[in-house]
Design a protein around this ligand. Structure first.
Ligand code: BG6
Length: 514
């Protein structure tokens, strides 16, 4: 076995992958940003890594009138700017021969007749077996006409038919509260069987998020101590340096709780807190996560002020550049009460986690871009090296870094060389980049491949989406009752409001600085 400090090179072909059949990949919202920045670059990278099926077609569908050639030129530009691996002419030209475009309005029933004709023509000329994937990169208000159109034209296939398959990928926001999430699920569920629906949370495609399960369940040293007897608390941080940027229209309606906690941060919490699933089958894994959600204590109106903090950034400096306050950003209402930061404390009320707080925080315009999970272990008894209560020893902390600098570190206490018998905390560090030598695939690469392979384990199931919205909606309702017209503030480029420090300090703890 290679020691961890030695670099290990693994080519994509060495990975165990489910077989992927030829298919047509239709992107609703094909002329939009997501297709250009994420989806087409992801497909192109899959091609470079030899992971695309032997035969495939990518068909963008959008309102903008464009020829196939114009569409190819536009997505080529997206690949040049956003692809993980550089654009290389030969593979790009071969990829581009599989890329097509159809202009059409989602609300026009004719669009689906034309889509069907085009899809069938392409399937004939590329000798595809009729497998179809529909990516809905469109606002939820268009889900009804699209699902009905796909059903009416026969493009949606027969629910639950395995071959040829029809699958649908749904992008966030999947609702803005429980009722709207249920409405979206009803619309897609009328046409597609649950096994055909893939609800994306791109955090689940991140290599290091997948690694959370591996760290926990492929190493015998962690599981015995992964419980309330040894763990003092868990911190989950997702901090971003950017402000709201050009997304104010969406963000004003969302805010940090809906945008980041309902999906990405709860998913991280599930992976840290779940019981070991008895297999890696998608529903077995998802059942284990669902159990965590069932045990999550609701934060109701009576304790919302004690357990949550929301705030907005004000004018400040980020990376040496001046940054406007949130209320002065383009498209933001001057009296907006949308939170750009949220911190909360929650409890998973089961045997394993009894009494262990989970502190979550996320925000925009913070000093660093960092996503990580820090598991802090209990202090040693106050004897021997921890006997001086004036100078308590640093506790052990296992930090799982999702991004950047993907990897993990373990803080332990060591003796300082010399005759004075001093001790000092030190870090044992593992960095993905150093050990495995190649950059991780982008989340969308992994996830699109999963859809082609029909593996739903990294996608959100209907019950989990609704249960997480139910939990979030309780907080949203409690906040609404507070009728706050001003939120606590934090200066852009700082680590959030003092209220968030108090949230954790009142428990005798402090936030870990990533
Ligand atoms: C998205 C949110 O889901 O995740 C954005 O809508 C956020 O507001 C983004 O910036 C963060 O993703 P990542 O991969 O950059 O951590």
């Amino acid at each position: 076995m290679a020691p961890t400090s030695q670099r290990v090179d693994i080519t994509p072909a060495q990975e165990t992958l489910s077989p992927v059949e030829p298919c047509i990949f239709v992107i609703f919202g094909g002329s939009g940003d997501l297709a250009r920045r994420r989806l087409i670059p992801a497909l192109y990278n899959l091609l470079l890594d030899g992971l695309l099926p032997s035969n495939y077609v990518v068909l963008g569908l959008g309102r903008t009138a464009m020829s196939d050639e114009e569409f190819r030129a536009s997505v080529r530009d997206g690949v040049v700017k956003h692809s993980r691996q550089a654009l290389v002419e030969d593979p790009w030209n071969s990829f581009a021969r599989h890329v097509f475009y159809l202009a059409g309005d989602n609300n026009d029933p004719q669009t689906y007749t034309r889509l069907k004709a085009r899809a069938e023509e392409l399937e004939r000329s590329f000798q595809l077996p009729g497998n179809r994937i529909f990516y809905l990169s469109i606002p939820p208000s268009s889900f009804t006409p699209v699902c009905d159109g796909l059903a009416g034209s026969g493009l949606a296939g027969v629910p639950a038919t395995r071959s040829p398959y029809a699958r649908i990928i749904v992008e966030k926001p999947i609702g803005r509260d429980l009722a709207s999430a249920q409405a979206i699920n009803r619309v897609t569920g009328r046409v597609f069987d649950e096994s055909q629906i893939f609800r994306i949370d791109h955090y689940l495609g991140k290599e290091t998020v997948q690694n959370l399960m591996v760290v926990r369940f492929a190493n015998s040293i962690f599981e015995p101590i992964w419980n309330h007897k040894y763990i003092d608390h868990v911190q989950i941080t997702v901090s971003e340096t950017e402000g709201v940027g050009t997304r104010a229209t969406y963000y004003e309606e969302a805010g940090a709780l809906r945008d980041m906690v309902q999906n990405h941060m709860l998913q991280l919490l599930f992976l840290v807190a779940m019981e070991p699933p008895y297999s890696l089958a998608s529903d077995v894994v998802r059942n284990s996560k669902m159990e965590v959600l069932r045990c999550l204590r609701p934060i109701t109106a009576k304790d919302v002020e004690q357990f949550t903090v929301r705030a907005q950034y004000t004018k400040g400096t980020a990376h040496g550049k001046p940054m406007p306050g949130y209320r002065c950003e383009k498209g933001v209402k001057p009296d907006s009460t949308t939170e750009t930061y949220v911190a909360l404390k929650c409890f998973v009320e089961n045997w394993r986690w009894s009494g262990v707080p989970f502190y979550l925080r996320t925000g925009k315009a913070l000093p660093l871009r960092a996503s990580e999970v820090a598991v802090q272990f209990k202090d040693t008894p106050q004897i021997l090296f921890n006997a001086n209560s004036q100078m308590p020893q640093a506790p052990n902390v296992l930090t799982l870094r999702i991004q950047p600098e993907e990897g993990l570190s373990l803080r332990i206490v060591s003796r300082v060389p010399g005759t004075r018998g001093q001790t000092h905390p030190v870090e044992m560090n593992f960095k993905y980049g150093e050990v495995f030598g190649r950059p991780s695939p982008e989340a969308y690469e992994r996830l699109l491949l999963d859809v082609m392979a029909g593996d739903a384990s990294r996608f959100m199931r209907r019950d989990a989406v609704e249960a997480s919205w139910a939990w979030i909606t309780t907080i949203l309702d409690a906040w609404e009752k507070l009728e706050q017209r001003w939120l606590p503030e934090y200066q852009a480029g700082t680590w959030g409001p003092v209220e968030a420090d108090r949230l954790i300090q009142d428990d005798g703890r402090t936030w870990q600085i990533p």
